[in-house]
Design a protein around this ligand. Structure first.
Ligand code: NAD
Length: 484
């Protein structure tokens, strides 16, 4: 097998090792893929370095790069059904979710295809008519892109699209848990005409390849999305070479519901929808999942009862079954982690209202299915409230005043995203301004657009993806002073 893509060629790993990709819906092996050795990683970095230093890629016109990005978007749309099936089998998410991911990825490639054609060069008036002073954007150089398993195609594309637009070169390292869609995306990138060495792909575990990827002076930027612990290791390693680092980490996201959002049966039903989608999409394996429900005391009992009732009836099953609204957890390891977290919640004294177990349906017995779970009467001293569980667990805290709600919403080391539901527009705006999170949704949850920045406050990371800032991450600024 030759699953690595180095300097324009599909290449077998020199390690001689492979890793099984498991379908989490039934525990079967989808296929095995090559596992790179550190030497393969070095070869990929050397190829990316040469492609940056010696090839015309970085001096192609923005019009050429824009056309290539559009071509990648066209190819993604051409192959959307086969890609969606691969993503669903590798991650467990439903086919509908995979299709949405791919159309979102297409939108990101199109967005940067368009954005890059609008010059960001800036003229500066230095008060001397003989001098032309310009600030121009140039590609950052060689980038290492490390991605997580929950949105494999989407997360890596948030990096690839702006980096290609900027004229950078790169080495991709998808999660070892879900590498399959990134292999296919790399094929499409090559088919679109991206020159050899500009995009390289290595596969394998971070524990094996992390040092080779991040402790290398030939790398100019590391763009990482994943967990906090890994992000710290990468940032420390990168500091050795003063390598630029963009880290997008976890979240423990508050979802604040005011009583006025539950005032009528229709309002209550819409609020329940928002809470459920916010937390249980992709079985809660979403960095921005609204896992902390912070609800006004006067409506808490009613809202929790309604949420728990509906959560217990979410159709669960294999992602390829159109009847499924939620699929399995991604791996046996993730399942074990969620089982542990439930035990922690019970031991901490939270009230288990619904769920808390592996699915008991016989047809799901071989997969990693876990019931949507709600814990009531939680408080911030509990680990299930403070730590990212990354699974289908909702915790409930109660508040009495707006100030109290804000205090609870900001009481997290993270700061990725937050939701607010209220019929009072002024209060929605006050909360949006007061919450220290990278994205705040008012009367919605989970939406994003390629044109608006995504990223975290606090320990949710630094830098921004998407939007104009997402392109700037892959650029260096140069001041050119010309005395005419
Ligand atoms: P992870 O940190 O375990 O792994 C992420 C990637 O890092 C994988 O490719 C892994 O192989 C690699 N890696 C592991 N150790 C490494 C090392 N020492 N050096 C270099 N690379 C290494 O995270 P995960 O479990 O794959 O993903 C879940 C996490 O990702 C959650 O915390 C989630 O919140 C976060 N996430 C954040 C965002 C965001 O936009 N902020 C988006 C999606 C996921």
């Amino acid at each position: 097998m030759s699953d690595l893509f180095i300097d324009g060629a599909w290449t077998a790993a020199t390690s001689g090792r492979t890793r099984d990709c498991i379908d989490p819906a039934d525990g079967t092996v989808i296929r095995s893929v090559d596992e790179a050795s550190p030497a393969d990683v070095r070869a990929a970095i050397v190829a990316a370095r040469a492609a940056f230093d010696d090839s015309p890629w970085r001096s192609t016109t923005v019009a050429d790069r824009s056309a290539i990005l559009d071509r990648i978007a066209d190819l993604l749309m051409r192959d959307i059904e086969s890609l969606a099936l691969i993503e669903t089998r590798d991650t467990g998410k439903t086919l509908a979710e995979s299709r949405i991911d791919i159309t979102d990825v297409v939108a990101v490639f199109r967005y940067y295809a368009d954005l890059v054609t609008t010059s960001s060069d800036r003229l500066v008036d230095v008060g001397n008519p003989a001098v032309i002073s310009r600030v121009v954007a140039e590609p950052v150089g060689v980038c290492v892109m490390i991605a997580p398993w929950n949105y494999p195609l989407l997360q890596i594309s948030w990096k690839i699209a702006p980096a290609l637009a900027a004229g950078a070169t790169m080495v991709l390292k998808p999660s070892e848990v879900t590498p399959l869609s990134t292999i296919e995306l790399t094929r499409l990138i090559a088919e679109a005409g991206v020159p050899a060495g500009v995009v390289n792909l290595v596969l394998g575990a971070g524990s094996d390849l992390g040092a080779a990827l991040t402790d290398d002076p030939d790398v100019d930027l590391i763009s990482f999305t994943g967990g906090l612990a890994t992000g710290k290791v990468i940032a420390r390693t990168a500091a050795e070479h003063v390598t630029r680092v963009l880290v997008e980490l976890g979240g423990k996201n508050p979802h604040v519901v005011f009583a006025d959002a539950c005032a009528t049966p229709e309002a209550m039903s819409a609020t329940v929808d928002q809470v459920l989608t916010g937390v249980f999409l992709h079985s809660g394996q979403v960095c921005s999942a609204g896992t902390r429900l912070i609800v006004e005391e006067s409506v808490a009992d009613d809202l929790v009862a309604a949420v728990a009732d509906r959560a217990g009836r979410i159709p669960m099953g294999p992602g390829v079954d159109p009847a499924s609204l939620t699929g399995p957890l991604v791996s046996a390891q993730q399942l074990a982690k969620i089982v542990d977290f439930v035990a922690v919640g019970v031991a901490e004294g939270a009230t288990l209202v619904t769920g808390g177990h592996r699915s008991t349906e016989p047809r799901l017995a071989e997969g990693y299915f876990f019931e949507p779970t709600v814990f009531d009467h939680c408080d911030r001293s509990m680990r299930i409230v403070a730590e990212e569980t990354f699974g289908p667990i909702l915790t409930v805290e109660r508040f009495t005043t707006e100030a109290h709600a804000l205090e609870l919403g900001n009481d997290t080391a993270y700061g990725l995203a937050a939701g607010v539901r209220t019929s009072d527009a002024a209060r929605g705006e006050r909360m949006a301004r007061g919450l220290r999170h990278g994205t705040v949704w008012v009367n919605d949850f989970g939406y994003y657009t390629p044109a608006a920045e995504w990223g975290g406050f606090g320990r949710s990371g630094n830098g921004r993806e998407l939007g104009p800032s997402g392109l700037a991450e892959y650029q260096e600024l140069k001041h050119i002073w010309t005395n005419t």
